[in-house]
Design a protein around this ligand. Structure first.
Ligand SMILES: [Zn+2]
Length: 251
């Protein structure tokens, strides 16, 4: 029997929220899980990942949230109204202001869980001029296995609707170019988003992105980083033993 999406979402949230991991503090970050083609679960506004409880998770209708990404400007008040109207249970808490990008990313093929955090290591790069460089390259094989061939890079946007629109645009470009959903999205001056079929895949991508960021920053002080050649990235990404390993790791 497949695992319960709410249990998995809470486990994912508690792991990302662990203070010693330095991925989020206070109310930072948010998580979501798809439960059907029409509904998903998302962290409620003002709650904390580290000790997220079931009643702080809101069940939302995908279609209602996605109306906000249609081509017309919405005021902040309208965004709030639509987010409140998207709740399946009107008694449940208001969904996170970042619910728009979660709703859209969960419509991608192979994406059932999304985890967003403000990793200190990643933000050292994403708040520097080298964010795009970090997104476009790979330095070691496990980075490819857990974070994909490359990351999507989204230039600095205001949180909420402008950020969701920026993420949709850059992610759609990535899907067009690579023929598959990305595993990692890097947000300039903000943080990272990991996508996956399972909570474990999102965790593996998050931890590996955090590790890669530490390595990038270290290598940058030693005359590097030295990036893997593109042919090698393609070879590793397509290797049957790596695909097997991804399966074993539940990625
Ligand atoms: Zn954020």
């Amino acid at each position: 029997m497949s695992k319960d999406p709410l249990d998995e979402l809470l486990r994912l949230s508690h792991e990302i929220g662990r203070e010693d991991r330095k991925l989020t503090i206070l109310g930072e970050g948010n998580t979501s899980a798809q439960i059907s083609d029409s509904e998903f679960l998302v962290k409620a506004s003002g709650s904390c990942l580290a000790n997220l409880k079931a009643e702080q998770v809101t069940r939302c209708q995908v279609e209602t949230v996605l109306t906000l990404l249609e081509d017309r400007p919405f005021t902040n008040e309208e965004v709030d109204e639509v987010l409140l109207a998207s709740r399946v249970d009107p008694e449940s808490k208001k969904p996170s202001i970042e619910t728009m990008f979660h709703a859209w990313l969960l419509t991608l093929e192979g994406v059932d869980f999304v985890g967003h955090c403000h990793s200190v290591a990643a933000n050292k790069i994403l708040c520097s001029p080298r964010g795009r460089d970090f997104a476009g390259h790979r330095m070691f094989p496990d980075e490819i296995v857990c974070c994909g061939r490359a990351s999507v890079f989204v230039e600095n946007c205001d949180p909420g609707l402008p950020l969701a629109i920026g993420i949709r645009e850059q992610t759609a470009n990535y899907v067009k170019q690579h023929g598959e959903a990305p595993r990692l999205i890097l947000l300039e001056n903000h943080g990272i988003i990991a996508l996956g079929k399972t909570a474990d895949a999102v965790l593996a991508c998050t931890y590996m992105a955090d590790k890669a960021a530490t390595i990038f920053a270290g290598a940058a002080t030693m005359g590097g980083p030295v990036f893997l050649p593109q042919e090698q990235i393609e070879r590793i990404a397509g290797r049957p033993d790596e695909v097997y390993r991804q399966k074993q790791l539940n990625l």
